[in-house]
Design a protein around this ligand. Sequence first.
Ligand code: FBP
Length: 548
Amino acid sequence: MVKSALQVARAAYKPKMPKALYGSVKIEEGAATQSVADQEEVNKLFPNTYGMPTLKFVEASEKTNYPAINVGVILSGGQAPGGHNVIAGLFDGIKNLNSGSRLYGFLMGPGGLVDHDYKELTGEIIDEYRNTGGFDIIGSGRTKLESKEQFDKGLEILKKLDIKALVIIGGDDSNTNACVLAEYYKAINAGVQVIGCPKTIDGDLKNEMIETSFGFDTACKVYAEVIGNIQRDCNSARKYWHFIKLMGRSASHIALECALQVQPNICIISEEVEAKKLSLDDIVTDIANAVARRAADGNNFGTVLIPEGLIEFIPAMKLLISELNDFLAHHQDEFNAVPKDEQLAYIRKSLSADNSKVFASLPDGVARQLTLDRDPHGNVQVSLIETEKLLAEMVGNKLAAMKAEGKYSGKFASQVHFFGYEGRCAAPSNYDADYCYSLGYTAAALIGAGKTGYMSSIRNTTAPADQWIAGGVPVTMMMNMERRHGEMKPVIRKALVELDGAPFKYLAANREAWAVGTEFVYPGPIQYFGPTEVCDQPTITLKLEQGK
Ligand code: FBP
């Protein structure tokens, strides 16, 4: 591999860790836990892993002798900056337990476990990937690990390689499945521990014990850099409105964090749209009015940030998607047999009257998106829906109508952008490099302590890294029951933007000024070397959440 100058220099970076992890550790147990909701049902489904205490690692005066252990690791779902450092931390952690320990990576996601596709990760291989972006060390995939057959097939290879612990690095769905696997292996006495690590740029796997999912920090900084550049361009030429869609399948954390970093003219937050029961027309009208107000001051330019998941949060769309999910879960084969040019009509006549009307009002491309392209978890692939174009077009039409009525006299030209994939494999920021390495190292400590069904947790991350707190959280603690594919299932509750939370309140308090004025901030690129106030800042979301 030809390495860039940055890659070479960055390889030497030593990630910072919580102080406790540098020496021998012992566990301090917290209180027994409960699931966030539906306690009885979740307890029933996880009799062996429910109710376990939270764990904290503290320095120990005596060194424990650990036997050598073979560990497997899986990267699951979308890429997020820092995944390689989780694996490096895990590798160093298990070698620290016992230098005879070995690490095996299952290839291309959970499918690698089922298909027995793996490679041993040696020190030489690990060194090639320290502090780099991407998941290419072993690849990732979205196969859903959920059936007993898959678990048993996986167990065959784990037994063959004498693997006693499996670390699954993934988002809420993958960690839900990790927990189901932990429960199953414990129930059958398989002798395999399962530990999860919180990953996703979307930032929606968080709770009181998991401050953030890794990759969110770096991805937002990459997007904020380019949005800042666009804003400077836009403020220079003063002739375009930029409609910028930002990744984040469901929650609007990425859009919100970017807004806090760049101070755009408009930022839509899906969770607010849902709470206020706004229609697509309401959203378009709000944007058009803001454009008209700026035009009245001679400012025919601006930026609009749009969260990727918006469509699903518009109440009428949400009802439609929910009926589509149930309908397709039960009629997928029948649907597949319908000729392509008749599929939309087939769906229209199969839906209830209200939803059929909403479905019929959508442009064909969007309607097709909602019915055809699902990920293996059954989710609509919202990243493929071009809401930025839809909104730019609809705002243009609305302004034309306003002009005809004499309510607007400006010029409107738009540019559209979608930022998502370009941030997912960026070289991890110092925050993510340190956080990820610590998560991996903590996963090794949880393995050493014989734990299963836990997620690796690092807290207090707005403080300097030596004050971070390492521990473990029972995955069942994060669960509730939700409807999936037409059935009630135990799943980790997704953390959406809280409208009474400090980050949203900060946006709400400032957005009027940002809409009318031009108060753009230009964050510039992530810095890996230099003063700590430039290189080691956590996200604004995290700082506001922690009152800093
Ligand atoms: P994860 O939740 O698996 O981390 O994925 C996040 C994400 O980047 C979403 O923001 C986006 O909607 C989706 O993945 C895109 O998926 P794909 O990579 O399959 O196109």
